[in-house]
Design a protein around this ligand. Structure first.
Ligand code: ADP
Ligand code: MG
Length: 245
């Protein structure tokens, strides 16, 4: 079987000044694959996924998304960004815009979609994330779990083929974690390619095709969840799992 990689990281290195934050990161993600990235704080998880849509720039190695290399050609960067949705720990909604306005902004400005079409699509996606009634509210009027589901709907409004999640439930009160994970599980079941940085090991076990463990800027171990959790190979993985499980 040949599975063409939708995301390819080859020998990716990055420095913040003198600090070597990513060390020879290699990862090949197949279309429709769900990857969970875990590891201690400061291990480079956010930096890795932020490099995939160029929120951070890598200095050595190759990042190729759907055959397009992330390099200094701004057309490459723009085309990749259009196709890669991102959800952050802190939601990053525009507080002065309604939920609906948050959702239609990028489709209208980046894709030149007519307002009526953008709104129809946004309402459909708000339904999909189970908050059809909140369209005219402002983010501040919603719970954290609702805001994060708006952020997911907003990203989906651009019809991405890849979704990146950076600790999407870490800022939520415990009772809201499940409603966000449920929406992410629906998305995973729909065939979306997903890279999810999370400490939710139950989600990783249920939804991930592979779990990636990072430590000190390196990918230390990659394995399907059963093997990762039940028979980790690396001592650093074992130590980490001993702390979080
Ligand atoms: P993680 O998401 O695994 O917690 P990060 O990718 O956010 O880790 O950060 C990896 C390391 O890089 C940390 O030591 C962090 O302090 C450092 N770092 C992150 N962003 C910057 C930055 N903009 N400038 C300098 N150092 C940074
Ligand atoms: Mg992080």
């Amino acid at each position: 079987m040949t599975t063409e990689a939708i995301i390819e990281l080859r020998g990716v290195n990055k420095w913040y000044g003198a600090f070597h934050v990513l060390r020879d990161v290699n990862l090949s993600v197949a279309k429709g694959e769900r990857i969970v990235i875990c590891g201690p704080s400061g291990s480079g998880k956010s930096t890795t996924i932020r490099c995939i849509n160029r929120l951070e720039e890598h200095q050595a190695g190759d990042i190729i998304v759907k055959g397009v290399p992330l390099d200094d050609d701004v057309r490459h960067v723009e085309s990749i960004r259009r196709d890669v949705g991102m959800v952050f720990q802190q939601f990053n909604l525009f507080p002065h815009l309604t939920v609906l306005e948050n959702c239609i902004l990028a489709p209208m400005w980046v894709k030149k979609m007519p307002r009526a079409e953008a709104e129809a699509k946004a309402r459909q996606l708000l339904e999909r994330v189970r908050i059809p009634d909140q369209a005219l509210k402002y983010p501040g009027q919603l719970s954290g779990g609702q805001q994060q589901r708006v952020a997911i709907a907003r990203a989906l409004c651009m019809d991405p083929s890849i979704m990146l999640f950076d600790e999407p439930t870490s800022a939520l009160d415990p009772e809201m974690v499940k409603e966000v994970l449920d929406v992410m599980s629906d998305l995973a079941a729909s065939g979306m390619t997903m890279l999810v940085v999370t400490h939710e090991m139950g989600f990783a076990r249920r939804m991930a095709d592979r779990v990636v463990f990072m430590d000190k800027g390196e990918i230390v171990e990659v394995a399907p969840p059963d093997q990762f959790f039940d028979a980790p190979q690396n001592d650093r993985t074992k130590a980490f799992l001993g702390q979080v499980l």
